[in-house]
Design a protein around this ligand. Sequence first.
Ligand SMILES: C[S@@+](CC[C@H](N)C(=O)[O-])C[C@H]1O[C@@H](n2cnc3c(N)ncnc32)[C@H](O)[C@@H]1O
Length: 206
Amino acid sequence: MARATDIAPVVLPAVPQGVAHRHDLAAVFGNNHPVELELGVGKGRFLIQSAEQNPGVNFLGVEWAGRYFRLVAERAARRGLANFRIVRDDAAHLVRDNLADACIAVLHIYFPDPWPKARHHKRRLIQPPFARQCARVLQPGGLVRLATDHEDYAQQMEQVFLADPDFTPTWRAVGADAPQGVTNWEQKFRAQGRTIHKFEFRRVTS
Ligand SMILES: C[S@@+](CC[C@H](N)C(=O)[O-])C[C@H]1O[C@@H](n2cnc3c(N)ncnc32)[C@H](O)[C@@H]1O
């Protein structure tokens, strides 16, 4: 019988809601390399590939769905990735409550759930208070990169980050102009011919 993969080396334990704790990411990874964070990793293709290709950068992912969390943790553990950690948690909780100021170099948010019904829009991740928290955890000059196939959510993403005084837009691209990414959902949506919107904003330095 095949042995279950030991995922402990790549798992960052979640902090329960209400417990005051902010991770010391240098202690978590055992070095001071820059940290990139992906919110909602899905099957983890982007984050695992990035960790394999950039050993001098640390990659942290957060995923709420237990099935995906386990799948990604097993894949990363099998590859022996020392610069990879994943936490099973709510992305908004992790960013707001468990990350220190200015600890993230790049924040990746690809195809977050669009919650298309108007009465569910309040569940969307990208909201003004969330952008404030992104500004807090990003290093000055740090980047937030976003992608979505949902036109209305794309407008909301752009408006939220444009309205935040700590961010300045660096580029945006739509459809054929949007550079090809590697996430599982991007590949699926491109194959379906859907229009992809991509944005990058920089955390201002003062
Ligand atoms: C549409 S998928 C995109 C996955 C991946 N970013 C990609 O592009 O392939 C959205 C992912 O976000 C996860 N997710 C949704 N809400 C979340 C939350 N509040 N916190 C963490 N992950 C969440 C879902 O379980 C799912 O894996």
